[in-house]
Design a binder for this molecule. Structure first.
Ligand code: AMP
Length: 290
């Protein structure tokens, strides 16, 4: 597997692949790869050739008080995993390559970027949208693979792709979880033994909402109440938000009658974790997917 460090060379490779009528797949990541990332790669490999993964720890999506400096960077292990997963190339530019001095253009998806994650993490989604558009321009993928783990992020990327007539189709993949239900995340490595155990509370809260749905509950307040009750039971957890929102707008819902998400952001000790459950109407029933 080739590691590509410059925009110019990545563009050259992408241009050549497009000229040969090949289908380019892109899996954008920030590194510290786990089975969630590798599931995206696997899906991409089934649908595209060549498949490029990117590892770019994007400074513009971290606020000043966030964890950019201590974010894990196990590059050697990542390269090994991507090689084993048979990725064709790794695009791994440094920050100056992506943001040369004088950089001054940003993409902002209005509305969606201000809610939930956007409210708690000022500037986060502007950083995400900007780097994703740049990656699309550089790698020219026909398909780009994102995890539902970051449901609001993928919704924003879809909105950007639609609004800006991008040639890249966004593919959303399911959440990959640990055996005890904790959604895989590079940030899970921050958790000490006790916090790691407490972190299962996010999944347990989603399960509680799922049980209510199975029992016929449609009232969003009642579903939120079920999640909060579980979250309150864990003394190491501090809730940022736990809401039922419309899957298109990420606005609060009163009654679940269309596609929705149960979305959670919870501090466990000092580590901020997110998780979600997709709720979809199927006939007269609601189907929950954790
Ligand atoms: P990150 O490296 O955290 O920026 O994540 C890169 C991509 O992997 C994003 O599209 C994430 O949504 C996706 N991803 C992260 N964790 C998981 C997971 N547990 N299951 C599925 N996709 C994931």
């Amino acid at each position: 597997m080739e590691t590509i460090r410059t925009v110019a060379w990545m563009k050259e490779k992408a241009r050549a692949a497009r000229q040969e009528q090949r289908i380019i797949g892109l899996v954008p990541t920030m590194g510290a790869l786990h089975a969630g990332h590798l599931a995206l790669v696997e899906r991409a490999r089934r649908e595209c050739s060549p498949v490029y993964a990117s590892i770019f720890l994007n400074p513009k999506q971290f606020a000043a008080n966030e964890d950019l400096s201590r974010y894990p960077r196990p590059l050697e292990a990542d390269v090994e995993k991507l090689t084993e997963a048979k990725v064709d190339g790794l695009f791994h530019p440094n920050a100056a390559e992506i943001y040369p001095s004088g950089f001054s253009t940003y993409v902002h998806v209005e509305g969606l970027s201000e809610r939930l994650e956007g409210r708690s993490r000022a500037g986060h989604f502007q950083g995400v949208s900007t780097v994703v558009l740049k990656l699309f321009e550089i790698v020219q993928p026909h398909y780009a693979y994102f995890g539902r783990k970051d449901a609001q992020q993928v919704r924003i990327v879809q909105q950007m792709a639609r609004d800006l007539n991008l040639d890249t189709e966004i593919v959303v993949c399911p959440i990959v979880r640990e055996a005890d239900g904790l959604a895989m995340s590079s940030r899970n490595t921050y958790l000490g033994t006790e916090d790691r155990q407490a972190a299962t509370v996010l999944h347990r809260a989603l399960r509680a909402a799922e049980n209510e749905i199975a029992a016929g509950v449609r009232d969003a307040m009642q579903l939120q109440g079920a999640m909060h009750k579980v979250l309150r039971s864990e003394p190491r957890a501090r809730v940022d938000y736990a809401e039922i929102v419309d899957a298109e707008t990420f606005e609060p819902m009163v009654r679940v009658a269309r596609r929705a998400y149960a979305v959670l952001a919870v501090y466990v000790g000092k580590t901020r974790l997110i998780d979600n459950m997709l709720i979809e109407p199927v006939g007269d029933e609601l189907r929950a997917e954790i």
